[in-house]
Write a protein that binds this ligand. Structure first.
Ligand code: 5GP
Ligand code: MG
Ligand code: MG
Length: 180
């Protein structure tokens, strides 16, 4: 298809296998808990959250939060809350679901925000984690794949709002960024 990224990093089958593994681990870790409260970070995590939540064997509730992502000219590490969750997370078992951890600033901001609300427990899950780019050390409890420092698209992740619906994860090269 013209305009599709050329280099596939993680294929559809591998993603589905890994999501099933993560779901099995999370289901067993939270087996004794009354209800898991999953918070998807919009927009990149929406497909991962949909698949992960459906593969769980435990009671769960879903909510979303939206944060500004860094763009051209933005101060590195500046995170802004765009839309908060609609539920009081106090005393809930919260699992933050992210698409990708890069510098760690987004997850760091979220953990501080949520800790102040006194949840019963607070853990983090990300589909992807970039190697060697973390600027703040954030604890990630569940990681789908560790990947190199490249721009990834597909399975919810975008470049300029394109490619989110690709069933696989692809690497976008800098010349593709310019021409697509
Ligand atoms: P942070 O640097 O705060 O850990 O990550 C900020 C956000 O930037 C991520 O949640 C994600 O939305 C976006 N991001 C970082 N790296 C990539 C990437 O390779 N591809 C895409 N599509 N988004 C990314
Ligand atoms: Mg994100
Ligand atoms: Mg984005």
């Amino acid at each position: 298809m013209p305009g599709s990224p050329r280099r596939i990093l993680i294929g559809e089958e591998a993603i589905h296998r890994r999501v099933a593994e993560l779901a099995a681990r999370i289901s067993s870790d939270y087996a004794a808990v009354e209800e898991l409260f999953m918070v998807g970070v919009l927009r990149g995590s929406y497909i991962f959250l949909a698949d992960l939540s459906r593969a769980l064997k435990i009671p769960r509730r879903i909510d979303f939060i939206a944060l500004s992502s860094y763009g051209k000219g933005a101060v590195s590490g500046a995170v802004r809350l765009i839309m908060d969750v609609r539920t009081d997370i106090t005393q809930r078992h919260v699992l933050i679901v992210e698409d990708i951890v890069d510098t760690g600033h987004t997850l760091d901001y979220l953990l501080r925000l949520f800790r102040a609300r006194k949840p019963a427990s607070l853990k983090t899950c990300t589909l992807l984690r970039k190697a060697g780019t973390m600027q703040v050390q954030v604890p990630v409890d569940y990681v789908g794949f560790d990947i190199p420092d490249v721009w990834t698209v597909g399975y919810g992740l975008d470049f300029a709002d394109k490619f989110r619906a690709l069933p696989y994860i692809a690497q976008l090269s800098s010349d593709e960024c310019e021409t697509l």
